[in-house]
Each structure stands twice: as C-alpha cells, then as structure tokens.
Design a binder for this molecule. Sequence first.
Ligand code: MG
Length: 390
Amino acid sequence: MVATSLMQPESRGRLLLVDDDEHILRSVARVLRLDGYEVLTVRSAEEASAAMDQGEIDAVVTDILLPRLDGLGLLRLVRDRDPKIPVLLVTGNPSLESATQAVEFGAFRYLVKPFDIKSLEHAVSEAVSTYRLTRIKRAVRRRSDSGLATCDIQSLDASLNGALDSFRMAYQPIVSIQSREVIGYEALLRPESPSFSGPMELFHAAEQMGRMQELGRRIRALVAKDAAEIPTASIFVNLHPSDLLDPELYNPSSSLAGVAHRLVLEITERATLDTVPDVKALMTRLRSMGFRIAVDDLGAGYSGLSSLASLNPDVVKVDMSIVRDIHLDATKQRLLRSIVPLFREMQVLWVVEGVETNEERDALLGLGCDVMQGYLFGRPRFDFAPIQIG
Ligand SMILES: [Mg+2]
C-alpha cells in the first residue's frame, strides 16, 4: 500500500483509489492530489479493505476488474462497514449486469472508461461533500442524543437561513441548431452566500436540516417571479424527489402554477423512482395542471431507460457523459443512433446536454440531435441577451 504523507490540515478529504493498473492508479492519484485530496492507492480489494481498517475514508474510487475479489465485491464489503461511504465504480467493460449490481448495492457513480478526468473530479467532489454532511449529521445526532450542546446544528441552520434568503437562479440557454433559436432556459441555483461553495452543498445542507421542501418552494417562487423576464416560452426547472412529495407543488393557486404552460419540470430518475410512491399518478396530475415533464440526466452513471416508461415524459435530456467527446467515441455514437429513433417514436423532444465543442455539436447533428445545451452556446447567466448560435 502506498500512502501519502500525513494528512495536511487543508486536505479536502481522504480518498481510497483501487486499480491494478499501475499507470491509471498513478495518473488519477496525481490529479486528485493536485485537487487537494489525500489519496491512498492500493491494487486490490483485499488491500483496500486493510486500508480502511487504518482510518476513515471519505470516498472509494475502484475499478470493477480487479484480481480475485472485484470492485463489486469491494462495494459490498464497504457497504457492510458503512452504508453511506460513497463508492465510485469505474469500468472499461460496462454491462447491464454490473450496472444493475452497482444500483443494487448503492454505488455512488458508475463511470465508463475512458472517462473525462473532469467528470471524475466532479463526481469525487460531490461524493466527498455528501459524505462529509452525513458525518456532520451523525455527529449532530450523537450530540443531541446525549443532550449536549447543539451548536453545530445552530450554526448550520444559521448559514442555511442566510443562503436561503440570498440565492438566485441563473438561466442556461437551450438552443435549436436548425432554427438558430433559443427554445428555452434551464433554471439553475446559484448560492450567493460564502458558506456554500456551490448548489450541491446548499442542497445537501438543506437535506440534512430537513428543509428541502422550503428550498424547493423558494426556487419555484423565484422562477415564477423571473418568468416575466424570460423571453422564451420554455423554462426548465429541476425537481428534487422531496418537491414531488410537497402538496404545494400541486396547489393550482401557487405562483408557479400560474405559469405552468411555460414550464418543463425536470426529474432525474436516480432517486425519484425509488423514493416517491405512485410517481405515475403524480405526473398525470402535474400534466393536467399544464406542466410538461422531462426526464433529466438520461445515461448518467447507472441511470437506465426505465424512467422513460414510468414517467412518460414530454422531454428527454441526454446526459453530458454521453455527449463528451462523442465525435471520438464509436460506442457513444452507436448508443445515440439506437436511441434517437425511440425518442422519435415516443414523440418526445430530446435535448443533448453539456455540449462544449464544435466537434461534439457536429457529431450530434449528424446523429439526429438538434436541440442542445452547453457551454458552447452559453453558460448559466442572469440576463437574457441574445446569443450566437451555430
Ligand atoms: Mg437538469
């Protein structure tokens, strides 16, 4: 086992990296160390297990193909220790079977090689902050159980109050290449408070403090207010599973319901289908109020096609993990080529997300995709000035 020197105080977290390919192990570890993590590198599940006996780990990144016990076996081992430690599985041979097992045993992500290092860095950062908040929550619970001071709760709640009062929504354009028009905007939360470095941290804190519905209501109220300034008909808003359980969403006199005909509600299947009972009936209800429904992040990690059947969406958003470098990747091209006819048959609008280069755009156009979103066309912003398309 190779460990870095003792943890520096500014370490962003302690990662366990497992791969029997020395080259990958070294290069990925180097990037993550530069990002500020302490990285332990091991070459087998057995060594990983031993490393976990030595101290706390914030996230595990493991190849699936390992000698003897594989990455899925390691995932189960980690689950037995702590059901919350995020495990990111990486594989060069994706299969339905391994993806299904990844879901079954609660993998945090299922990444297919070769992956964009940025997407791994992003997933690791999300994993570490998720687990960090889990630990805060546990500490808080332990403290309240023993009747001691609840200063952590109070300070988290105070920073959350500040953040909930100050965040804004930024809007990222969604464009049609053929018609050279912006056909909609996705509303994305931007915390303005220094206590939260990004939207995920704010969501996690709200989740820990049981204030997700409050956050969801504030987002929807802001979007309804901004709607008057948004020049296109379609405004895409992300819903969290807790929003679907909030009666206020179905209130016909809410400010959002007043602009329902302009709204596309984006639902990611990752948690929704497991945690929200009778999601089909809820979708019918939202549609009867005039909202349209989008399945978000299609193809992200282990998310499959099951949501297409259960949510019967009007819009499908294809995840950026499929879009990234699609011009160089025959497998991704095959995937889109086989799924686009399905979208056509279902008469859904399909949007490809995360388009960043002209090469990606051209490859997507050739595969029958017209509606796109990504930095190539515009970052999330606070104004609606015209943009250059094509
Ligand atoms: Mg979205």
